[in-house]
Design a protein around this ligand. Sequence first.
Ligand code: R5P
Length: 261
Amino acid sequence: MHWGKHNRLDRVMPGLPQGTGSVMLAIDHGYFMGAVGGLEVPKETIVPLLPYADSLMITRGILQYSIPKRTNIPIVLRMSSGNSILNEDMSCEKLCVDIEDAIRMNASMVAFSIYIGSEWEHQTIVEFSKLINKAKRYGIPILAVTAVGKNMNRDLKYLTLASRISVELGADVIKTYYCEGFDQLTKSVPVPVIIAGGKKIPEADALQLAHNAIKDGARGVDMGRNIFKAENPKSMIQAVRSVVVDGVNPADAFTQYQKAL
Ligand code: R5P
């Protein structure tokens, strides 16, 4: 791997060389959900969480207007969009950000959603491949977001298919969902895998989810709603971090979380 790309990847996921997990804070939901609950005033929610995240997955608009420019946090920039929650089928995404703008925004990684098995599968695969070609030119690692389209099962067979196709196309890191048999997915995907948190669940369950994923071979989490919608987001990201990076038992991490409430 080229020095620049390697360096960017290690900055986004500092746990990689050390063999520990990494915490990517996902706050890109607004690109199709608008002012999603918990992120109504982005700056107020996000800035206090930054010291506990290894990297920040974000849209260019919120990066530009809500994140202090003097931050050192590595940026994972969302590059695809094309739908809103008002559209029943949200799989029709395209590459919507120029690679030059990603570089101007000092992105350390670029992210794109591919929708395997959806009506727009072909379009998202081709657009994803275009981004890979552009990002490779500049040594920027690519995060494939295995988005789960309408009527798709989040099971091992489907998620492994979507993840493996993403790697075959050239992704450097895969973001997918945790599922039963997850260790088989991570074994069949020869690049780092991180998991999304998904819809808000009780804090103890989210910590258990993070623990299970790491135990089954994930190299970190890309977690959003289960952090910023938590009763205490700042304590929750610290609890997630203790599980993912420090290997703390999820029950102990939850006890610590509760003490901070
Ligand atoms: C989709 O909205 C985005 O790619 C999110 O970044 C991703 O789903 C992770 O966020 P969450 O943990 O809320 O699922």
